[in-house]
Design a binder for this molecule. Sequence first.
Ligand code: ZN
Length: 61
Amino acid sequence: MKGIKSCKKCKALTNGSTCPNCQSAQLVDNWKGRVVILNTEQSEIAKRLNVNKKGEYALKI
Ligand SMILES: [Zn+2]
């Protein structure tokens, strides 16, 4: 998981310096549990994380 960070706001994972989802620059290193969400409408995890875009997210930050 080296170099990959999670957005503090929406939990999206990125290896850049801003969140690809909400453009926030508040990224954290110490996240846990990588999850890929492909279909936000049918995903229980997406509902739990409050995610409305497909992508990779951290379960916990
Ligand atoms: Zn974000």
